[in-house]
Design a protein around this ligand. Structure first.
Ligand code: SF4
Length: 155
């Protein structure tokens, strides 16, 4: 999918915005009720396309559409230093390092002359989100941020 990072990225962003737009509907149905359907759909679609491991905190848009949770060490901020000369993983020699793939995808998304594009430093994963829909988590996070801003401007 990294080879098709550009269309995948735009579809991903559009889907996220669309789901956020539908927040009032999810709220009315109840986030807990929608969780199962979302998690099922996400697991199957993203599992097929990105080998998604359902971390619940998707960062595909920040890693060139390469899922870092497929790294055997699950490192979310760049390769470990054990990458083999052929670009494969030191633990799983058959597998290409997900971070080399992330850089390849990032260069497709933002053409850069440097071999190592600047990627955002990410916070450690919140293990409580594991197995849950990252789509819904993002919608909820966006809504919480909006609410905080409204609250701050009122106060
Ligand atoms: S970053 Fe998380 S939610 Fe996104 S594809 Fe990978 S495991 Fe799935």
């Amino acid at each position: 999918m990294v080879s098709h990072a550009k269309p995948a990225y735009f579809i991903y962003q559009a889907l996220e915005s669309f789901l956020s737009f539908l927040h009032p509907i999810w709220q009315r149905i109840g986030y807990q009720r929608t969780e199962k359907i979302f998690a099922f759909t996400e697991r199957n679609i993203k599992g097929l396309l990105f080998d998604c491991q359902m971390c619940g905190d998707c960062i595909l848009d920040k890693t060139g559409m390469s899922c870092p949770m497929n790294c055997p060490k699950q490192i979310r901020n760049g390769p470990c230093g054990g990458v083999r000369d052929d670009g494969h993983c030191e633990i799983e020699p058959e597998m290409r390092c997900v971070w080399l793939e992330a850089w390849r995808g990032a260069r497709i998304l933002t053409p850069s002359t440097t071999a190592v594009p600047d990627l955002e430093i990410l916070l450690p994963i919140d293990q409580r989100k594991k197995g849950h829909s990252s789509w819904l988590n993002k919608v909820k996070d966006r809504q919480n941020i909006k609410n905080i801003r409204v609250h701050q401007s009122d106060g």
